[in-house]
Design a protein around this ligand. Structure first.
Ligand SMILES: *Cc1c(COP(=O)(O)O)cnc(C)c1O
Length: 388
């Protein structure tokens, strides 16, 4: 067929030779997915991932990433979302409708708490918050209309490690699925299904990406029925991810365990150093005895990653600890973790959590991949600003 220039710019005849292979999986970018013929279009099936119908419903790139993420957790199914928070929303919208009840830990990732409050305010869902150390006692909170229990281990600011097996057992006895936000462990320090979770959620934004350069979330399940319910919500909410971001997460996975262990070693070095400092009343790191739920961490976890918090002595004012934070030069002031750069964030824990009214300022550290001794030297000079 003779083609004019406009057409030939779009319809090229060139086909590259076959037989190409390389380690990185291909990056397939698509909104439209082409069907071979009408019959193939009519029988197209994306729900069981045996075929492709539209970019939103998956490409070889996203299917490959999903399979690799499910394998880390020992799960069978995985769905991607454009952020960790979008993955949380997918779970809530998949399992909660008007009249239902959801239980969340008091120390839950704050935007999840906000979403719970929104569902309660505008969607007729009851959202109740439980003491993260409640353990088997959660059985007493579960009502006939409870449809979902959230757990997070540890809480990512105050660091309490819950008794996950006890919470999951109690929920299972009442037939209520448990969704575990396993971002902190990345599926490396703890596998969510091993402690009885039914749905495991990750912010891939953190360790899986490792670059602090993208946002993505994942929801992993073993039971096909749970995955189906999630896939419906995923499709209805239109939670697609970009091919290049999916590729970048895949690029991070081979080094994730090495990075996680390096973050872990660095954080333990810094946490141990803080323990000897007179300015600090408590080191909230699950591997240290000060941390509520330390025994649960010891029993259930095999590592800890780069995140921990310290409580300053209440004799230091907020202005003083703010000066300390601002004086740090190797720690960026910002949210998140899992990237190469160390981060710091101050929290008025007294104001945001009940039961902490005697606590001083809480400062959370994410230990990056710098030399821990350089980080300690930076903290040491910044501590001098407390009394400046
Ligand atoms: C970062 C994070 C999220 C949300 O991930 P985003 O990709 O930033 O939306 C959820 N839960 C925990 C525990 C997190 O740390």
């Amino acid at each position: 067929m003779k083609k004019s220039v406009e057409t030939s710019l779009i319809h090229s005849d060139y086909v590259p030779p076959g037989g190409f292979d390389a380690f990185p999986p291909g990056t397939h970018r698509a909104s439209t997915v082409l069907f071979e013929n009408v019959a193939a279009m009519r029988s197209g099936q994306w729900k069981d991932k045996t075929g492709y119908t539209y970019g939103l419903h998956g490409t070889p790139t996203t299917f490959t990433l999903e399979a690799r993420l499910a394998a880390i957790e020992g799960g069978a199914h995985c769905l991607l979302a454009p952020s960790g928070l979008a993955a949380i929303a997918m779970i809530n919208f998949a399992f909660l409708k008007s009249g239902d009840d959801v239980l969340l830990p008091e120390n839950v990732y704050n935007p999840n708490r906000e979403l719970g409050r929104w569902l309660a305010q505008d969607y007729g869902v009851s959202a109740r918050f439980y003491d993260p150390m409640i353990g088997a006692g959660i059985a007493g909170l579960i009502r006939p209309e409870t449809r979902l229990v959230w757990a997070e281990a540890p809480g990512s600011v105050s660091m309490e490690v819950p008794d996950l097996p006890a919470i999951c057992r109690a929920a299972k006895e009442k037939g209520v699925p448990v969704a575990l936000d396993n971002t902190w462990s990345a599926g490396l320090a703890l596998r969510g299904f091993d402690v009885g979770a039914d749905i495991v959620m990750h912010a891939l934004t953190k360790y899986q990406s490792g670059g602090a350069d993208l946002l993505m979330g994942a929801v992993i399940t073993r039971a096909a029925a749970l995955n189906e319910q999630l896939a419906q919500a995923h499709m209805r909410l239109g939670l697609g991810v970009g091919a290049d971001d999916a590729y970048l997460v895949m690029r991070g996975l081979p080094t994730m365990k090495l990075r996680f262990d390096a973050h872990d070693a660095g954080a333990r070095t810094l946490a141990a150093w803080f323990k000897s400092r007179p300015e600090i009343t408590k080191v909230l790191h699950p591997a240290f005895e000060d941390c509520p739920g330390h025994a649960h961490w010891q029993r259930d976890f095999s590592g800890a990653g780069g995140l921990f918090s310290v409580l300053f002595d209440p004799r230091y004012t907020e202005a003083q600890t703010d000066r300390f934070v601002d004086a740090l030069s190797l720690f960026g002031l910002g949210y998140s973790w899992g990237g190469p750069n160390s981060l710091v964030m101050p929290y008025r824990i007294r104001a945001i959590r009940s039961g902490w009214q005697d606590a001083g300022m809480l400062v959370r550290f994410n230990v990056g991949l710098e030399d821990p001794q350089d980080l300690i030297a930076d903290i040491e000079q910044a501590l001098e600003q407390l009394l400046a």
